[in-house]
Design a protein around this ligand. Structure first.
Ligand SMILES: [Zn+2]
Length: 144
C-alpha cells in the first residue's frame, strides 16, 4: 500500500466523493474545502511535480478544470468566479506531494486571497525582464 494519500484514493483504499474518473486524471471533493464546491483534479500517475507528468496528463487536467469551471458556475452553489490553483512544490504551498489542481468557487468576501511580496508593484526595468526571459526561453528550448 502506497503512503501517498492520493494514490490510496485512486486505488479505492480510502473513502472519497467522486466528481470524475478519466483515463489520465480524476476529480473529487476536497475534504478541507476553501469554499463549498472545492474540487481537486488529480493526475492518475504518481508524480510529485507538474513537469513530471506527461503532457497528455497535463492537458487532460486542464480540460477537466475547464469543464469544472463551467459546472461550478452552473451548479447553483455560490460561485461568482472560479479559482484554479496548482501549487507545484512545497515552496509554492503544495501539501500533498502528488500533482493536483484546486478548482473552487470564488465570491466577494469569500476569505481566500493571494499574499503578494512586499516588493510587488515595483516595475522592473526592461533589461531585467529580458534577462529573465532569456533564461526561461533557453530552458524551454532545452525541454522541447
Ligand atoms: Zn501518489
Amino acid at each position: 500500500m502506497s503512503d501517498c494519500v492520493f494514490c490510496q484514493i485512486i486505488a479505492g483504499e480510502l473513502p472519497v466523493t467522486w466528481i470524475h474518473q478519466g483515463e489520465r486524471c480524476v476529480a473529487f471533493m476536497d475534504i478541507r474545502p476553501l469554499t463549498t464546491g472545492h474540487v481537486l483534479v488529480v493526475a492518475k500517475e504518481h508524480a510529485e511535480s507538474f513537469p513530471d507528468v506527461s503532457s497528455d496528463t497535463a492537458a487532460e487536467m486542464m480540460r477537466v478544470a475547464h469543464e469544472l469551471d463551467g459546472a461550478l458556475r452552473a451548479s447553483g452553489l455560490r460561485c461568482e468566479g472560479v479559482n484554479m490553483l496548482l501549487a507545484d512544490g512545497v515552496a509554492a504551498g503544495q501539501e500533498v506531494l502528488h500533482v493536483h489542481m484546486h478548482v473552487f468557487p470564488a465570491y466577494r468576501n469569500d476569505g481566500f486571497a493571494l499574499k503578494f511580496p512586499p516588493e510587488f508593484g515595483r516595475l522592473p526595468q526592461r533589461p531585467e525582464l529580458e534577462d529573465a526571459a532569456n533564461l526561461i526561453r533557453s530552458a524551454l528550448s532545452d525541454r522541447r
